[in-house]
Write a protein that binds this ligand. Sequence first.
Ligand SMILES: CC(C)(COP(=O)(O)OP(=O)(O)OC[C@H]1O[C@@H](n2cnc3c(N)ncnc32)[C@H](O)[C@@H]1OP(=O)(O)O)[C@@H](O)C(=O)NCCC(=O)NCCS
Length: 159
Amino acid sequence: MLADQPDVPVDHPGMSMGPMLPEDLDQIVVLEKLCFSNPWSRSVFEATLISPLVYTLVQRHGDKVLGYLMAFRQGSGIEIGNIAVAPAHRRRGIGHQLMSEALRVATEEGRRSARLSVRESSTGAIHLYESFGFEQVGVSLGYYRSPPEDALLMRKNLG
Ligand SMILES: CC(C)(COP(=O)(O)OP(=O)(O)OC[C@H]1O[C@@H](n2cnc3c(N)ncnc32)[C@H](O)[C@@H]1OP(=O)(O)O)[C@@H](O)C(=O)NCCC(=O)NCCS
């Protein structure tokens, strides 16, 4: 159904990036369960899709969803709420492209900062964020459940 293709380079002609659409949700919900121990439910995605405060991005190959990102407009900044790439398609630059586009749009909108929370054991994600200049600004003790874990709070200035 998704992410079942062989290696697809990030610059492949069939690749495209755009907003999340209602018809993506079947694949997104499957991906979300694959990528997170506490996945967001379909109803959360449905609600966020119609919110003007949410900015969404999906990386597709044809009609297959390979990755997605959701960002929340909050005052003068954005909060990256969710970023995920299908396990079979990681380390090919998709996460980088999603984050790069989200930060570009946020900067274009005049946002001053980007924030996010990340499990302290998610070293791959932390490396990705650090490569964009995010820095740790705090810790939220016991923020996550299943399994319980602290969150690192990270921030980057924009503009
Ligand atoms: C985090 C995630 C989105 C990264 O997606 P990705 O497409 O594999 O990332 P990219 O290929 O664009 O990686 C860009 C850079 O990030 C860093 N990085 C990404 N994954 C990494 C890993 N597992 N280990 C170390 N560094 C990593 C590297 O610096 C990498 O550059 P390089 O490949 O040239 O070394 C993906 O691993 C994922 O979906 N993880 C599960 C969900 C998750 O934890 N999301 C974050 C929630 S806060």
